[in-house]
Design a protein around this ligand. Structure first.
Ligand code: ATP
Ligand code: MG
Length: 276
């Protein structure tokens, strides 16, 4: 197998016509990969993504070929998938305003060209989920918001409409299901690609805590940053060390690793209803 790409937390291999997407136990905080892995994170996120692909299968076809036909060393944390021609747009849906979406709103009153009306604050719930696509920037550069018209210019009107429609439906389905389990999905990013016959297929990972923001519903309160389900212990620990958020990050103490792992297990178990 040929290593095509090594991201912050995942590695992508080519195997014939297929890709093998391998999730590691690496974790990033403030965009810096920590030197300490979180045991089982790769398997937990891979299994969660596979579960979501199934939940969404009636909404959108996906790239999964096999979760088991992967090299033994990657068992449980790799997915064999169809290689797609990826659409050059990061498809993001937001039900709540936070992160870069909030920054953009504070600067311009809009996100991806959508006027949002006055008075929204950190973590405000939006009246309707919105499609806020961005560019896919090369490594080292930042993704930029795209207006819907720019998406149309990039991929054509018909594909743009499909991207928006699929992204918002995936978000709605995900948010609805998670809400029944006490979890708010604030926003999520999906990636779509074209199969050889031209159909749009859901690729990459879906509705994991690396591609979405999950908040515990019982402590939700707009106007302040929300508790991050997976990374709050790491963030609190990081703040306590005085680390300047620049690489390299210090080693993470064992009890913080254990608390973090427990939160990944909790999210997996709550969403899927399974026992890890
Ligand atoms: P980051 O670490 O910030 O996430 P990254 O997005 O470059 O960086 P990964 O997410 O690990 O790193 O890389 C996965 C890559 O594989 C992405 O470029 C994604 O677009 C691509 N990809 C996912 N599924 C498919 C597929 N079915 N066919 C082709 N490419 C795919
Ligand atoms: Mg990625």
């Amino acid at each position: 197998m040929k290593l095509l790409h090594s991201g912050k937390v995942r590695d992508v291999y080519a195997d014939g016509d297929d890709l093998i997407l391998v999730a590691s136990d690496r974790v990033s905080v403030y965009d810096v990969v920590l030197p300490t892995p979180i045991p089982d994170k790769g398997r937990l996120l891979t299994q969660l993504s596979l579960w979501w692909f199934e939940q969404l299968a009636d909404l959108v076809p996906n790239h999964v070929v096999s979760a088991t036909d992967v090299p033994a060393e990657f068992a449980g944390r790799a997915i064999r998938c169809r290689r797609l021609e990826m659409v050059p747009v990061e498809c993001i849906a937001r039900g709540y305003l936070t992160g870069l979406g909030l920054k953009e709103y504070e600067r311009s009153g809009s996100v991806s060209g959508l006027q949002l009306g006055p008075g929204l604050v950190e973590a405000s719930k939006l009246p309707e989920p919105i499609f806020t696509p961005t560019t896919k920037a090369p490594v080292g550069e930042h993704d930029e918001f795209m207006t819907y018209a720019e998406v149309v210019d990039t991929v054509g009107a018909e594909t743009a409409e499909q991207l928006r429609d699929i992204t918002v439906r995936v978000y709605r389905r995900g948010a609805e299901l998670a809400a029944e389990r006490g979890i708010i999905v604030a926003d999520t990013k999906i990636e779509l690609g074209w199969a050889p016959d031209g159909t749009l297929v859901l690729g990459d990972e879906v509705l994991t805590s690396d591609s979405s923001r999950f908040w515990p519903a019982d402590s939700y309160e707009p106007g302040r940053p929300q508790f991050s389900f997976d990374k709050q212990y790491l963030r609190n620990w990081a703040a306590g060390t005085g680390w300047d958020k620049q690489a390299p990050a210090p080693e993470v103490p064992a009890e913080v690793v254990e608390m973090t792992r427990a939160r990944y297990v909790e999210v997996y178990e709550r969403l899927t209803g399974r026992t890890w």
